[in-house]
Every structure is written in structure tokens, then in C-alpha cells.
Write a protein that binds this ligand. Structure first.
Ligand code: SAH
Length: 348
């Protein structure tokens, strides 16, 4: 099958045009047709020469992803189950935030990180999601929002998969979406979330763009973290914190630590104090996340009283924190739930 044109960065498209007998500026018109006018075929790019349109058609395709399912929550969250060209499926979520429309994309088909609380890890990774497939997830949601004349303003790589296990495709996705002639999503409006892979964090620190970094921390000590996040056995907290120190030296962006509150596991006042001691002095804030119940797993959500106590303990210890709201609680909102249900043949 021909590659998708949505996988090319602006520079790559310029190079392609030049090496195929066209002009570099043709990339400009093409990006505009793809991302601003959002046409669905090369034929519709009416100000490009017939020769260029035919050349595109010979070398690329520009199909969108196939929507297998879409759930809409009463709070506006839309959850899409999308099929890729090889029939694999990914989940993409649109969240309505006070500051705009934020899309959460998946970076791998399944995930190998095996976090004990996460539905995505129930199905092992079969392959990485390519840049064109991540861009097309965004395009799918943007085309849906076009009906309401709204625009995707934020993007988070927090769906299924570990982005730093698919580094190059994730970076190309950012380049394409961030481009002025692309969807023009500001780099400060994009966030990449990782379970904590030190090489990825150091590389990311040196990227020229100002994309936000989120770290899934979820525990304040090695024993506990290793018991719920296997990645911690490969890269214990000392190594993660050392990578973070390097990150802070290079980047001036504030980092988010994600912390899911799991009842009687990591939610005590002692845990909050231990967490505060671990990250004190870093340019960060902690995002406390309510656990989204996954049937197969033994964890439970904490009471709002306990969550509040944890939050207050952090605050008194001088750590900035937020208690995140749940999105799409009335649909299959937990990471990977929709896809794993579909794959198990459940009615959705
Ligand atoms: N692999 C990356 C990105 C995908 S997970 C990472 O680990 O960050 C995105 C976020 O959702 C992570 O913080 C993850 O820990 C969290 N998450 C996973 N399962 C969850 C659940 N059942 N309830 C709430 N948050 C969950």
C-alpha cells in the first residue's frame, strides 16, 4: 500500500517536491489543502497542477481513519474507536476543557509497559502507531468538530501506548501538527506523557520545541512503584529523578507529575509526605487523578475526603497540586477500555 501523505513533515514534503521535479513552495499549497481546507482527495487541490496531483496520487494516499465506534458523554467528551489501514484499532478522545478542545491520541497498538492499574496494558503491543496515523487521529476529530465550527486547540499523547517507546514518530507528529500551515496547535498546548524512560526524557529536553512533559509517577518509593509499574524495575526512582534534573537544566518548562490515587495503596498522608520530599525544589506540579475503575483489576477509587486530605498534605508541604476532574465517567473513559471491550467481543 502507498504511504499516507499525512505522515510527511513540512520539510519532508518540500524535499519530496524538489526531488520529483516540482517546486518547494508547492508544499505550502499542499499543506494548506490538507490541514486548513481539509479536503478529502488530491483532485480537490484545485490550484495545484494536474501533474503534481497525479504524482501525489501515484505515490501517496490520503484516506482518513475508519470510525468503528463513537461514544459521547454528557460532559461533552467524545471517545472514538478508529480503525487503521491494517485493521488495527486505536482509541482517540476529545475532551472539552474550559480552555479549549483537547484531543488525546494513542501512540502504540497495545502497550508493553504493564502498569497494574491500566486497561491499555491488558493487550500487549503489536506495533507502533506511525506519525501519519497519529495525525489522522487528530484530523478525524477536527473534521468532526468542523460541523460545530470548533477547532482542536490542545493535544496530549496520553492514550494507549508509551510515546518514548515510539519516539521518532511522536516527534514527527508534533512537527506536523505544530506547523503554521498544519493544524497549528501551539507547542505549549501539547503534552507528552511517559511512564518514565530516562533516555527519552533527556532527548526530549533537547528538542527545539516547547512541548510539555508529564511523568506518570503514581508512587513515592521504589518498592511501591515497582509493584504497580514494572518500568520502575528497569529505571528506579533514582534514575528517573536524575533524568528529571537533567531535564530541568536544559528546559524551563514546568513538568507535571501524574499521580493516580489508588485506595489503600498509595493514598495515605505518609505517602503524600514521602512524595513531597521526593520532588521538593523541582519546577513541577502534581496532578492527582481519580482512578478509573477497570473491571479486571483489584484497585478502587479513593473517597473524595481522602483525596482532599492527600491534596492538603501536599499543599502544606509546599507542593503545588491539582485534583483532576473525571472526563467521560459515563462512557468507557479509562485508557484502553473501549478497545479492550471491542477486542473481547463485548457489546459497545
Ligand atoms: N504511557 C504513557 C501514556 C499513556 S497513560 C504514560 O504512562 O504516561 C496516560 C495516563 O493515564 C498515565 O498517567 C496513566 O498512568 C493514566 N492511567 C492509566 N490507567 C488509568 C486508570 N485506570 N485510571 C486513571 N488513570 C489511568
Amino acid at each position: 500500500m502507498k504511504p499516507s501523505i499525512y505522515g510527511l513533515t513540512y520539510l519532508e514534503l518540500e524535499t519530496w517536491c524538489l526531488t520529483h521535479g516540482f517546486k518547494a513552495y508547492h508544499a505550502k499549497n499542499t499543506f494548506r489543502w490538507l490541514y486548513k481546507k481539509r479536503v478529502s482527495s488530491f483532485d480537490m487541490m484545485s490550484d495545484l497542477s494536474l501533474a503534481l496531483r497525479q504524482a501525489y496520487d501515484e505515490h501517496f494516499h490520503m484516506e482518513g481513519l475508519v470510525e468503528i465506534d463513537k461514544q459521547v458523554s454528557s460532559d461533552g467528551t467524545r471517545k472514538y474507536l478508529l480503525q487503521l489501514d491494517d485493521q488495527s484499532m486505536v482509541e482517540t478522545v476529545l475532551m472539552v476543557q474550559p480552555y479549549g478542545y483537547s484531543v488525546c491520541i494513542s501512540s502504540q497498538i497495545g502497550c508493553n509497559m504493564g502498569c497494574a492499574f491500566c486497561a491499555s496494558g491488558l493487550i500487549k503491543k503489536s506495533r507502533d502507531v506511525r506519525a501519519d496515523e497519529m495525525v489522522r487521529q487528530l484530523m478525524h476529530v477536527q473534521k468532526d468538530l468542523d460541523h460545530d465550527e470548533k477547532r482542536v486547540s490542545h493535544m496530549v499523547v496520553m492514550g494507549i501506548g508509551e510515546p518514548f517507546d515510539n519516539y521518532d514518530h511522536v516527534m514527527n507528529t508534533i512537527r506536523i501538527l505544530n506547523h503554521d500551515l498544519g493544524l497549528a496547535i501551539g507547542s505549549r498546548h501539547m503534552t507528552v506523557s511517559t511512564c518514565g524512560i530516562p533516555q527519552g526524557i533527556r532527548k526530549f529536553a533537547n528538542e527545539p520545541f516547547q512541548v510539555n512533559l508529564a511523568i506518570s509517577l503514581h508512587a513515592p518509593n521504589d518498592e511501591l512503584r515497582s509493584s504497580i509499574m514494572p518500568i520502575n524495575r528497569a529505571y528506579p526512582l533514582k534514575e528517573l529523578m536524575s533524568a528529571m534534573n537533567d531535564y530541568f537544566k536544559v528546559s524551563n518548562r514546568k513538568v507535571t507529575y501524574e499521580y493516580i490515587l489508588l485506595k489503600d495503596v498509595n493514598d495515605s498522608v505518609a505517602h503524600a509526605k514521602e512524595l513531597a520530599a521526593l520532588i521538593r525544589g523541582q519546577h513541577v506540579y502534581v496532578n492527582l487523578i481519580p482512578y478509573n475503575k477497570v473491571e479486571e483489576q483489584p484497585f478502587e477509587q479513593v473517597s473524595s475526603k481522602q483525596a482532599q486530605l492527600f491534596f492538603e498534605t501536599l499543599r502544606k508541604s509546599g507542593i503545588t497540586a491539582t485534583l483532576r476532574m473525571e472526563h467521560g465517567a459515563d462512557i468507557d473513559a479509562a485508557c484502553g477500555q473501549l478497545r479492550s471491550k471491542k477486542l473481547k467481543g463485548c457489546q459497545i
